[in-house]
Design a protein around this ligand. Structure first.
Ligand SMILES: [Zn+2]
Ligand SMILES: [Zn+2]
Length: 97
């Protein structure tokens, strides 16, 4: 399940809104360089031992900067580009599947 909320950067103290996580039928990949988010339709309702990650062709690269896309990354602070951030649990605005 994904969430959207207010994140706080542990490096510079900046607060910003971001989202993270995928859903049952899509996974989210983030660009390691510019934090562009790409959602990929991918059925994750299969049993864990049958689950496999989307093929490289499906993931592709960041369409903004050509950077590498990875899943499981924290949102990037737009101010200092650190991923050392934490979400403010009280300010989560949207939960989605
Ligand atoms: Zn990028
Ligand atoms: Zn920062």
């Amino acid at each position: 399940m994904g969430r959207q909320g207010i994140y706080k950067c542990n490096q510079c103290g900046n607060e910003f809104e971001a989202q993270e996580g995928g859903g049952f039928y899509f996974v989210e990949y983030r660009c390691v360089d510019c934090d562009y988010i790409k959602s990929i339709n991918w059925d994750q309702t299969v049993p864990a031992d049958q689950y496999c990650e989307p093929p490289k062709e499906k993931i592709g690269v960041c369409k903004k900067c050509g950077g590498e896309l990875k899943d499981g990354l924290n949102p990037m602070c737009p101010n200092c580009k650190s991923r050392d951030v934490q979400v403010d649990e009280e300010k989560i605005s949207v939960l989605y599947d």
